[in-house]
Design a protein around this ligand. Sequence first.
Ligand SMILES: Cc1ncc(COP(=O)(O)OP(=O)(O)O)c(N)n1
Ligand SMILES: Cc1ncsc1CCOP(=O)(O)O
Ligand SMILES: [Mg+2]
Length: 524
Amino acid sequence: MPEEAFTNKPIVWSIAGSDSGGGAGIQADLLTFADLGCHGCTAITANTAQNTCAVDSINAVSIDVLQAQLQALQTDLFPAAIKVGLLANARQVLAVAEFLRALRQVKPVPVIYDPVAVASSGAGLTEEGIAAPVLEQLLPLCDLVTPNRYELEWLSQTAPAGAAALIGAARQLQSRGCGAVLVTGGHTQLRPGEIADLLWDGDKADWLIGRAVPGNNTHGTGCTLSSAIAACRALGYPLRDACVLGKAYVQRGLRLANSDRIGAGAGPVGHCGWPLELRDFPEVLLPGEDRSAAYGLVGDVSTQTFVQGFAMPDSTELGLYPVVDSVDWLQRLAEQGVRTLQLRIKHPGGDLRAQVARAVDIGKRHQLRLFINDYWQLAIECGAYGVHLGQGDLKTADLAAIQAAGLRLGISTHGFYELLLAYRYRPSYLALGAVYATGTKDMSGQLQGPQKLARMVALLPDYPLVAIGGINLQRVAEVAASGVGSIAVVSAITGAEDYVQAVADLRTALEGAVPAASATGLPC
Ligand SMILES: Cc1ncc(COP(=O)(O)OP(=O)(O)O)c(N)n1
Ligand SMILES: Cc1ncsc1CCOP(=O)(O)O
Ligand SMILES: [Mg+2]
């Protein structure tokens, strides 16, 4: 392996207990960090004696020993994210909170807290009386808290029955000062066969619905989930993407470890590498779905009818896809033989309807796959080939009308969560971006880079996918290595000195490019 493979790994800490059985606690955390490409460090809070059947003893370390570990790490191995797990007593909670508060002054770091209080075997893992210091001192320092149903009851002091009550309890817990709450669904099936995690970020409730995996190898799922989320935050994934990836990682571990026989009790969940298969990823529950009621979303703000399945393009490979702001540009590029095009008018002047009608006419004459950005009503009225919508538009556009009119639908996505959300509609294509920074549109906070792009493309290898954002001739090969079937460009064509040459060069580069398994940045 080349030397660079060992450098630049983000450092993630686990402040948690040791599981002598090797299935949970820091043992699971370290396996997870390594699996996801991070370097794990530990500050051990307790040296538990346990196996797959029972927890025999907890054995908390002293505050001095805990602080010594944290100090040693801080001076040399500053973290990119921290996972906090088992804290054995109130003194440890206070010591960790004090340390995290001071660390925050040096540099803010994402903190993911898995409030381990009860093992899956039912054994209590902490002393009584830690809820108050957790709520008052620790919670406000956490970006995400990941309770299971029992831990949610413990911390919210409620016994939520049903989905709506779970949302209420999650909201209440988040209001104590943490950034977000992810309630894991392993102990409650709101619908048969579905294991749904609830993410409340202070703004919005999201249900991430996974399929139940039969089997007994569930030990360490909570630890693994929270450490996978911490690893993904350290790798630069935003919170929602990190939650989706963490859940997929656990799902993969449950699926692949299913046949393992380790110990006589609940065996350890597997640690089986980066999730690259769609079947391990959760579905994002969408407004208007039939099953919304089971997830407590009855009476929600949405008045949308949920529809799935839009007319598909004639090919999954849409090729070079220029996005232009005028009918004249459409005409010029159609004459160059470009087949996929988008009219994206951001500063309308003159008669918009007439422009869309002219564009549709050019599209028909040249047999274009012509998508109209934003103006979906005009696109329907003028009989366009398709429309392109952003994530925000999904809340307001009449998707049922677009589907009924037979128009194709392309949807913008920025990361794993939005990709999974948009895929639920089964649109005609999914756009992934912004791959690189671009002067055309402010995409700060939404940049993916070629490696994340490749990891997303891997989920949908046979679906029409479009990469967009900062793509130019020099970058085509790197983008195409992801396996994406189309690249959308604005300035690489409309800002070129010679657009005819630019079109020819981009097409040649795209046609000559080859998908590469190494584009995911993972061992092949
Ligand atoms: C192919 C393609 N992908 C993404 C976009 C961006 O669309 P949207 O999110 O609607 O943002 P605006 O283009 O409206 O600024 C796109 N236009 N085309
Ligand atoms: C519209 C849009 N959506 C995401 S990035 C982008 C702009 C792409 O423009 P360019 O190809 O010039 O970077
Ligand atoms: Mg738009």
